[in-house]
Design a binder for this molecule. Structure first.
Ligand code: HEM
Length: 392
């Protein structure tokens, strides 16, 4: 797989980013960005992340009406993860939690994702020339997002040097590696998109799955509430010691993978041996996470939400019919997710804080929440209404 090129690369005249750069440029971007994702950088970023989680909890307490009002947690998760990643990339949040509203950027992002999925499908159907013309015409949501992103990147570049954020690594190498402003901006766009939608999706999916499985929610609540004597004790290091929480998040990533299919790869001329089979050059290949995660070949009762399967050792799991390695929600290889540790840290802290503070009940109109959604590689999520009652 590593020898294949990313399919999106062949969209000409689009400034490259870490997601669609060729191998050589990708490894440069990846090296530049990796410092911002290191453990030591994450420790520096923790206080900022907690600041937004505190604001989320404050708002939920203000808004929940002691369980009488239903809140759309899907939106609250999205606002939180956008605010966090906005600050981590641009040095400024989108102020969604402050304003209790979406930022226009977020709406543009989703329409550009949906549009991107349609363009990829058109290219599968051999309509490449038409796709290039549409992209060049510029009259699409993605161009509006780009303009917004450019403005935010300009503001970020005017800030003081040596910030411990996700963007500083690439800003520092800008001159040495001759990285154009457009490429900086493309990378910023990808970081914000990849770093917010996915975590908000997993948190929403996990919440829905917990609320439809009260025994599992009770077990998670017991773990969280018995581990801390106050919410202040919930931090990156302490949530890392909650095994059931991790099992719940992994099982949620399996049942409802935020990235349902990976980016399409193009097999190079001459063909390649992939998963024991010869694939001719020019073939488009991709991993379908949804299918991997729901295949009987990989999982016992694939449609059952059962975090317990992730608490077994790989040998015990294999005996029970679960191939734990089949869950690769963050992908594998040189282009796997650079934000995996950050994502787990955010998701564990947010989920722990909510479960610590609230009892939750799914509102009637949010039944069958997963089954009613469409996916365009990312989910076109629908509102997730939940009644929240403060525990203490
Ligand atoms: C639950 C959360 C997340 C999931 C499931 C997820 C999943 C993925 C997957 C599957 C890929 C590979 C795409 C492909 O090439 O086919 C990827 C790449 C990437 N992710 Fe994530 N991601 C998550 C969170 C994050 C976060 C929090 C960030 C950053 C703030 C992030 C940044 C990136 C970047 C920059 C790439 C491209 C890496 C490269 O090409 O070298 N992701 N992610």
């Amino acid at each position: 797989m590593s020898k294949t090129e990313v399919f999106n690369r062949t969209l000409r005249d689009v400034p490259t980013s870490i997601l669609n750069a060729d191998r050589e440029e990708h490894s440069k971007f990846r090296r530049a960005l990796s410092h911002g994702f290191s453990d030591s950088a994450m420790r520096q970023q923790e206080a900022m992340i907690v600041k937004y989680i505190d604001l989320l909890l404050k708002r939920l307490h203000e808004e929940c009406g002691e369980g009488k009002k239903k809140l759309n947690l899907e939106a609250w998760f999205n606002w939180t993860t956008f605010d966090i990643v906005g600050d981590l990339v641009f040095g400024q949040s989108f102020k969604c939690l402050e304003n209790i509203d979406y930022h226009p950027w977020i709406e543009f992002i989703f329409s550009s994702v949906r549009f991107g999925a349609i363009l990829v499908a058109m290219r599968y159907a051999g309509l490449d020339t038409l796709v290039q013309t549409i992209v060049k015409s510029g009259n699409v949501a993605v161009n509006r997002v780009r303009k917004y992103t450019d403005e935010m990147v300009r503001t970020r570049l005017a800030m003081e040097k040596d910030r411990d954020d996700l963007f500083e690594g690439i800003v520092k190498r800008r001159e040495e590696w001759n990285i154009s402003f457009q490429k900086l901006s493309s990378n910023a766009f990808i970081l914000v998109l990849a770093g917010s939608e996915t975590t908000a999706t997993t948190l929403s999916g996990a919440t829905y799955l917990l609320l439809t499985h009260p025994d599992i929610l009770a077990k998670l609540s017991e773990e969280v509430r018995s581990s801390f004597s106050s919410a202040d004790e919930i931090n990156i290091s302490s949530v890392g010691k909650l095994p059931y929480m991790l099992a719940v998040l992994n099982e949620s990533l399996r049942m409802y993978p935020p990235v349902t299919s990976s980016l399409v790869r193009n097999v190079p001329p001459g063909g390649e041996q992939i998963a024991g089979q010869f694939i001719p050059g020019g073939t488009f290949v991709e991993i379908q996470h949804w299918s991997m995660n729901h295949s009987k070949e990989n999982w016992k009762d694939p449609w059952a939400f059962d975090p317990q399967r992730f608490l077994a050792t790989p040998e015990e799991a294999a005996k029970a019919g679960n191939n734990l390695e089949a869950l690769q929600a963050f992908s594998v290889g040189p282009r796997n997710c650079i934000g995996r540790n950050l994502a787990y840290a955010e998701m564990r802290m947010i989920m722990a804080r909510i479960v610590y503070d609230f009892d939750m009940k799914l509102a009637d109109e949010s039944q069958r929440w997963i089954e009613r959604q469409k996916s365009y590689a990312l989910w076109d999520r629908i509102p997730l209404y939940v009644h929240l009652t403060p525990v203490r």
